[in-house]
Design a protein around this ligand. Structure first.
Ligand code: GRF
Length: 189
């Protein structure tokens, strides 16, 4: 069993999907969920599944506390599922090539600081791209610049809006993110 930590900052729909899928997994044990915002839904899901949940505002002190927690809990992989804060070097050095992020577009385009949520889908549509998708990648010291592990694509319709695209992307994330993490921790990717 590989013990993973999931970090979130938003709604947590990917985290909920993972909590559900991994509760019967022979490969992955979710040892903790950390949220940088209040999130009652994910907190309750964790309680129901017996998973430790931590809500702490992200700052220099709590970064150290969370790193300490991950080390103490013997975490081997950290999964960023909609986590908006920059992971500090000390964290990356403690988990080299073991921190994974999901981005709601096809990197290396449409990434970087400030590129999250609807802004990403607005930029994709403004660029007249015929497709978008999701990128699952390793985390390094710069937003969205770590090595890409896997990408999954979806076509854009002529009348696509940021809202319709965001629904398509969310569906893609729920279809592929948790399974990609399984393949990754098993050493298949
Ligand atoms: C996802 O679109 C993900 O790609 C991005 O943040 C969003 C998180 O959604 N990094 P949720 O919080 O899992 O619902």
């Amino acid at each position: 069993m590989r013990r993973i930590a999931i970090f979130i900052s938003g709604e947590g729909s990917n985290a909920l999907k993972m909590l559900d899928e991994y509760s019967s997994s022979q490969t992955i044990d979710v040892a903790l969920v950390y949220s940088s915002k209040h999130n009652l839904k994910v907190q309750n899901a964790c309680k129901e599944k017996g998973v430790e949940f931590h809500f702490l505002t992200w700052n220099l002190k709590t970064q150290e506390d969370i790193l300490g927690l991950c080390i103490k809990k013997d975490i081997s992989w950290v999964v960023l599922a909609g986590f908006l804060k920059l992971i500090p070097e000390s964290f990356i050095d403690s988990f080299p090539n073991k921190i994974v992020n999901i981005h709601p577009a096809l990197l290396p385009k449409f990434g970087g600081k400030g590129m999250y949520g609807m802004r990403v889908h607005e930029a994709v549509i403004a660029s007249k791209s015929s497709e978008s998708g999701i990128s699952i990648h390793f985390v390094n010291g710069a937003y969205d610049e770590g090595q890409i592990i896997a990408q999954f694509k979806v076509g854009l319709e002529p009348n696509e809006t940021p809202e319709t695209l965001s629904l398509k992307i969310r569906t893609l994330e729920h279809m592929y993110f948790s399974e990609t993490v399984v393949q990754l921790v098993q050493g298949n990717l």
